[in-house]
Design a protein around this ligand. Sequence first.
Ligand code: NAG
Ligand code: NAG
Ligand code: NAG
Ligand code: NAG
Ligand code: NAG
Ligand code: NAG
Ligand code: NAG
Ligand code: NAG
Ligand code: CU
Length: 638
Amino acid sequence: MALSRLITLFFFLSLAIFSSAAPSASSLIPSPLNKRGGDTVKFEVTLTWEDHSPNGGTPRKMIFTNGTFPGPPLKLTVGDSVEFLVHNELPDPTTIHFHGIVQQGTPWSDGVPGLTQKGIAPGDSYLYKWTADAAGVYFYHSHYRSQIMDGLYGAIIISPPSESDKPFSLISNDTAAVEAMSEADDNLQTIFISDYNKYTAAELHEQEQSANIDFACADSILLNGMGSQYCLSRGELTAYTNPKVSALIASVSPSQITDKGCLPPNLPATQGNFTFDIDSIPSDAYFDCTPSSGPMATFDVDPSQGWAALTFINPGGFEILKLTIDSHKMWVYAVDGGYVVPQLVDQVTVNNGDRYSVLIELNQAPAQYSIRVSNSGLNQVISGFGVLNYKGSYGPASEDPNALAGMNFAGVNLTTLVPFNDNKAAPYPPSPPAATSDVTYKFTIKKLGQPYGAYDWTLSGIDTFNVTLEDVDPLLYQNASTLESTDLVLKTNMGQWVDLIVQTQGPLAQPHPMHKHSNKAYVLGKGTGTFNWSTVAEAAAVLPPSTFNFVNPPFRDGYTTTPAEQNSTWMALRYEVVNPGAFLFHCHMQTHMAGGMAVALLDGVDEWPEIPTEYANGGNGVKYSKLKKKGKLRPTEE
Ligand SMILES: *[C@@H]1O[C@H](CO)[C@@H](O)[C@H](O)[C@H]1NC(C)=O
Ligand SMILES: *[C@@H]1O[C@H](CO)[C@@H](O)[C@H](O)[C@H]1NC(C)=O
Ligand SMILES: *[C@@H]1O[C@H](CO)[C@@H](O)[C@H](O)[C@H]1NC(C)=O
Ligand SMILES: *[C@@H]1O[C@H](CO)[C@@H](O)[C@H](O)[C@H]1NC(C)=O
Ligand SMILES: *[C@@H]1O[C@H](CO)[C@@H](O)[C@H](O)[C@H]1NC(C)=O
Ligand SMILES: *[C@@H]1O[C@H](CO)[C@@H](O)[C@H](O)[C@H]1NC(C)=O
Ligand SMILES: *[C@@H]1O[C@H](CO)[C@@H](O)[C@H](O)[C@H]1NC(C)=O
Ligand SMILES: *[C@@H]1O[C@H](CO)[C@@H](O)[C@H](O)[C@H]1NC(C)=O
Ligand SMILES: [Cu+2]
């Protein structure tokens, strides 16, 4: 039945390819806004609350950024100074975070409510100012509650200076090919891959509270805001049920995944020891599946160029996604914006918040190839699709798509696939960490447990970073030397090397895509069991040498914990304190972040920054004189 399913899916694909409803990705990307480096580049966007249906189903309210979802890309060159002015015409407060941007010397522009600013009230504006320090692909997104799930995100592409060191000669000795790869990188296309729900972020949070569940069931997987809702037959769902899931659902009746392909939410094995009230939520939140057909994202590539570059970004609410491209291998050459020693793979997993840049050799027949994006977690059987469209294409790639597909709708591999190995993502050029650290902080990810809800999480192992902390006076604006250190507010000094040990708690724990604001951290190592040592040095003295990599470890801003299937797991990160300010360290699953899985790192408390007058006292970054002229912005008190 997998075969018939694929053929049916292929039929959907073909329909969408030939329907005029499918816009091409390039038509969504405005012409470059800037091409020179070292300039001040100004962006101005308005956020509005619109009726929209990205998957052809019932429209819902979504956030449009300047009239589009996803928002317009910001194209920059290393060295540019950015001014990003946002007008909030939403019914709720918001903030904008520039994900992966270090904010060196501009911590007040990091966009985290309660840490670096207050929420931008409806009707107000805010001016973010920062420098494009490093090349790569980043993205901007809402950082207020779990508001990303309402659609506030857009790409940031920072081009390197013209003569920069790229890793493409590690892929080929042919100078023409290396040139073509560099050209492809300069013209990369970004692809947001994301889960989508017909309910708003606030509605989903209410459902979590009323049913007492940690929500994890989507309607669609979108590519650049386009997709469909697919509903499988019961036979297909049964065939696609992972054996591990079968064991988990044996205790509920009926013992099956839902029509939407989801693990039922009332499972103590996955949710913990809670009392659920699943009848209190709409039946289509988890159970009923209503098929709908929306546009399919198409990515045009020109085989005469030899190579094409794509960067996948996952801004999604809770689903970690893996992808394959029919008939094509991918050279992964950048992770989280930083070049890596390239790996030739068939499959890439993109955790929430992460970016993976791949080069594809355009050496196949000129046709249309499916980009398959599938949930990688056990929580749901679901996929979304896009099209890689060769210029001069004769149509869908083959009469027998099964010959081309790497994985099925459930994400199960149909051939032996080489997946990208995150643990071997060596930075290019190499940039090793310090051999030892100055301070170690330990965290334990778990639910708080009763009397709290099944959606309340802790990262510190003690307290939840309650969303009400988003509404207090920003930590950055306080005197760091008098601020109390707690399990949720940790202090470091300038120049220190800091180790963050993140532990998950077995017997069953899902992977958590952690994200650190400001500068990147090294992933030194991961392990199973309790991290019983007080430092990495102590652990390294005892554990096998292969446990840690002090030579060329991954250097990135997203770090996903190893799932626990029995024992607990741990992950050791190391970073250097280079940028004083208040920065969040948190899970990028929006449900988990809104559930409190976060801590604040007060970096460089010994060189705590002085706040510019235009941001102080509740200011919004706009100088008073300018405002008076425009007459439209809230003035800064001076
Ligand atoms: C948003 O729209 C305004 C008005 O059309 C335009 O001036 C501005 O450049 C747009 N911003 C971006 C980032 O495209
Ligand atoms: C480049 O050529 C050298 C010498 O023949 C060979 O060892 C190496 O594997 C080649 N590199 C690539 C990327 O093909
Ligand atoms: C589950 O919670 C109840 C309290 O509501 C408690 O009596 C029971 O011991 C708990 N069970 C487990 C396995 O922790
Ligand atoms: C799927 O991948 C696994 C691990 O690489 C491999 O053992 C298995 O044979 C593959 N399945 C198929 C159908 O090729
Ligand atoms: C978060 O704060 C609110 C308001 O103070 C409180 O009602 C709620 O219990 C808190 N949640 C947790 C998990 O502490
Ligand atoms: C911060 O607090 C310390 C200790 O009370 C004090 O010495 C210092 O002057 C304060 N700094 C500022 C900028 O107010
Ligand atoms: C860690 O310590 C705990 C409690 O002392 C112990 O039960 C466990 O076996 C230890 N684990 C390892 C890997 O040493
Ligand atoms: C789990 O921990 C126990 C005790 O520390 C150990 O004997 C066992 O090998 C571990 N299992 C796994 C899968 O790591
Ligand atoms: Cu998480």
